[in-house]
Design a protein around this ligand. Structure first.
Ligand code: 76R
Length: 272
């Protein structure tokens, strides 16, 4: 089902990202007959398949660890019309009022302001190799390739199947004397360089997906961390707290920990 007459709302770059967290109303669910429950589950399962088959769209399913929520979805898709349509249908798929929203977050994948740009890279390189040398041209070509891949991964990521997923909103402070947005660009870039150095120590253990939400939702970013081990989630978030970007400038929203599961296992886990 798609709204063919409605023009898509597709950003110039990046994807729309929706995090959706629900509680299951078990008192309602238990009033369903076995047949109605089966129909409801088939309905969700068909919808999940339909969403996953939509162009450039990814959907992950989460069982939330804690009674804050039962069920979570993370959706990446280019068109906000589709994101909105999928979100309404996911909410209703198990039957009216079976899923009640406890938290949701709208953001978009974005490029970083602070990564080394070509002009910076070329300037440093010129000092090392001199301009126009073979080394210079080779290193610049390598940089362009690396940068293109980095940008592609950031704007059009492939969500990994890693089991542990941590989500929280984050904003940078705007207090008197502690205002991230009043810092000069070069200072922000320097501080973000320190952040990235801490982050890189967790390479292979933590995959961060930073999605921007200024003007879209209450926080300024959605932080989604993928891991194989909760030890690493706790470790990186703790270590980041000492990094000035987080220690002095970051405010956090509520934390959600989910486990990525296939749908049949998710139904079992949720006792549906
Ligand atoms: O994109 C990159 O990997 C390049 C360097 C980098 C940027 C630009 C980077 C690296 N981050 C960037 C941007 Mn990050 N990150 C967080 C949090 O809990 C906390 O204290 C903060 C939440 C974690 C855990 C984390 C991890 N990062 C950002 C931004 C956007 C800021 C802006 O634009 O002003 C935010 C909000 C943010 C927050 N960061 C890394 C990590 C990790 C693990 C890395 C290394 C990635 C890798 O190289 O594998």
């Amino acid at each position: 089902m798609s709204d063919k007459t409605i023009d898509p709302v597709v950003p110039v770059e990046g994807r729309h990202v929706l995090h959706l967290f629900y509680k299951i109303e078990y008192s309602l669910w238990q009033l369903f007959t076995r047949d109605e429950q089966l129909k409801a589950k088939t309905n969700l399962s068909t919808l999940v398949q339909e969403i996953r088959a939509a162009p450039s769209t990814q959907l992950i399913l989460l069982s939330i660890v804690s009674p804050k929520a039962d069920l979570g979805f993370m959706l990446l898709t280019p068109d906000l019309q589709m994101a909105n349509q999928f979100e309404k249908r996911l909410t209703q798929a198990l039957g009216p009022d079976v899923c009640t929203s406890v938290f949701s977050y709208l953001s978009m994948t974005e490029r970083s302001e602070y990564t080394t740009n070509e002009a910076d890279f070329a300037a440093t390189l010129r000092e090392e190799t001199g301009p126009g040398t073979v080394e210079y041209e080779t290193a610049l070509a390598d940089y362009r390739k690396r940068n293109a891949k980095y940008l592609q991964d950031r704007l059009y990521p492939n969500l990994p199947a890693w089991p542990v997923v941590c989500f929280y909103p984050m904003s940078k402070r705007r207090n008197a004397g502690q205002n991230w947005y009043a810092l000069p660009f070069e200072e922000r870039k320097r501080l973000m360089g320190g952040h990235a150095r801490v982050g890189r120590k967790w390479h292979g253990k933590i995959l961060q997906l930073i999605t921007g939400s200024t003007g879209l939702d209450d926080g300024e970013w959605g932080v989604t961390l993928f891991a194989h081990d909760t030890y690493d989630i706790k470790g990186i978030v703790y270590e980041m707290r000492f990094d000035p970007v987080s220690a002095e400038y970051a405010d956090f929203g509520e934390f959600y920990i989910g486990l990525q599961l296939p749908l049949d296992e998710l139904f079992r886990r949720l006792q549906l």
